[in-house]
Design a protein around this ligand. Structure first.
Ligand SMILES: [Zn+2]
Length: 138
């Protein structure tokens, strides 16, 4: 299965890092406090609004281990317009009880950024913390 291959082939770097990157062509508009985006760490594409971070199972972020023994720190967002879901939804080895998942990639560079979850009560994204970065505009 292709989805399993993706999970195995990309071991995450350790730790959750927030990088300050120089401003430049990254933003062409004034961003307010409400519109701070997290960006794809690989290509700096806008992925999700910081204000869309949500608490799932009583926490914004979780550390999970996949069946291949790889650990991920996953941050939950209600929306992630910069991503695209690429697989059928499955309940197999789900980290969130009752939720089906699909693998979600960066819409710009196709880096694997996390998973989209759906359940009877709604949907959310679990994004891999160290594949995202904040970009500060000064
Ligand atoms: Zn990207």
């Amino acid at each position: 299965m292709e989805s399993i291959e993706i999970l195995k082939s990309k071991p995450p770097p350790a730790g959750y890092k927030i990088e300050e990157l120089p401003a430049g062509e990254i933003s062409d508009q004034e961003e307010t406090q409400d519109q701070i985006w997290v960006h794809c760490r690989s290509c700096l594409h806008k992925i999700a609004l910081q204000s869309d971070k949500i608490s799932i199972l009583d926490a914004h972020s979780h550390i999970f281990e996949n069946p291949a023994g790889i650990f991920y720190r996953v941050v939950c967002y209600r929306s992630a317009p910069g991503t695209i879901n690429i697989t059928d939804y499955t309940m197999e080895n789900t980290w969130f009880p009752g939720c089906l998942w699909s693998i979600t990639l960066c819409r710009s560079c196709s880096n694997h950024l996390g998973w989209h979850y759906i359940s009877g009560s709604g949907d959310f994204f679990g994004l891999i913390a160290d594949r995202l970065t904040l970009v500060f505009i000064h």
